[in-house]
Design a protein. Structure first.
Ligand code: ATP
Ligand code: ZN
Length: 308
């Protein structure tokens, strides 16, 4: 809340934004890290579901990830962090598309996983037609049903809310369609991944409900910070020395580089210092190519924050 004076009257204006994040699970840690990267500190006490940040007008609601799309779509929360798997499932349940209930502000690059069909290792699988008349257990019936329709398959869906991977062993399904990242859970259950149905990652979503102008200001500031922090995460600052004559080849080797700063080196007229912000990671291979082109004293530094 901010207090402001209008004539002699004092009004309290609500400029606070509310964000829904997963209380505990695969999205939680990175969601808190994203807020910290934006300089927003929130420390919920144990079992606290609603808490405030003292250094930014933001309140946090800690919930199950399944509730996040609706909380944001209905405007109970202004923002949310959730996987596109859940957004897609809810959207298809309502016969709409991914962004029709909530605006996706940013793909966040964590909680990367895929919704995949897996079958017992003993199943002789050749292609999708091997699944004809099979029962597939999943917690994502709408995404699977859409996939079945698009591929004109004849598959029966068994909807389960959890422990999908044990369905074949229990004899209630012939295969499963579940989220996979490393494949460890599949391996532990003697299953083999055969088809990828949907690729998912965490996204920042925004409510379609209109904001007051005070809240809009906070929302803009928040979005700018998220963008700045994400840009910084994917960027590196590189500094090196090089022969003056190699300037253009060196610049062409730098991935996603902006116009570099070129500085003179004291007491050396043939060599220069080049500093550049690169919007991509710099791998050893690039550094080795730079060295081959005549560069020396190559330093690659992480970028903490960026405002463009
Ligand atoms: P909740 O109690 O909040 O409902 P949950 O059991 O549904 O938790 P998690 O297993 O924590 O959820 O997964 C949350 C989200 O993380 C998923 O919706 C998906 O976007 C992503 N996710 C799920 N499995 C993986 C995985 N193996 N690797 C990476 N991300 C995953
Ligand atoms: Zn969930």
């Amino acid at each position: 809340m901010v207090k402001c004076y209008e004539g002699a009257e004092m009004k309290t204006v609500n400029n606070r934004i509310r964000i829904a994040i997963q209380k505990t699970g695969r999205l939680s840690e990175e969601s808190f890290r994203l807020l910290a990267g934006c300089g927003i500190y929130v420390k919920p006490r144990k079992e606290q579901l609603f808490c405030h940040s003292d250094n930014f007008p933001l309140d946090l609601l800690l919930v199950r990830d399944d509730d996040i799309p609706n909380l944001v779509a209905e405007g109970t929360c202004d923002f949310g962090i959730v996987g596109t798997n859940l957004l897609q499932e809810k959207a298809l349940q309502n016969s709409s598309d991914l962004e029709s209930n909530n605006e996706i502000i940013r793909y966040l690059g964590f909680a990367l996983c895929r919704l995949a069909i897996a079958v017992p290792k003993s199943f002789s699988y050749q292609n999708l037609s091997s699944l004809k008349k099979c029962r597939i257990a999943t917690s994502y019936p709408a995404i699977l049903s859409d996939y079945i329709k698009k591929n004109k398959l004849d598959i029966e869906i068994t909807t389960l809310t959890g422990s999908v991977e044990i369905a074949p062993r229990l004899g209630i399904a012939d295969g499963i369609c579940d989220l996979v990242s490393t494949g460890g859970t599949l391996e532990a259950n003697n299953l083999r991944e055969v088809e990828v149905v949907f690729k998912s990652q965490a996204v920042l979503i925004k409510s379609p409900k209109p904001f007051s102008s005070e809240k809009q200001r906070t929302a803009r500031l928040f979005q700018n910070r998220v963008e700045g922090s994400e840009l910084a995460n994917g960027s590196k600052y590189i500094m090196l020395h090089a022969p003056k004559s190699a300037l253009s080849i060196i610049v062409s080797l730098l991935p996603g580089a902006e116009r570099p700063t070129v500085l003179e080196l004291q007491g050396d007229t043939k060599r220069i210092a080049i500093h550049a912000l690169c919007r991509e990671n710099i791998f050893w291979e690039t550094m080795e190519s730079l060295k081959k082109a005549g560069a020396s004293s190559i330093l690659v530094l992480p970028v903490e924050k960026m405002l463009t």
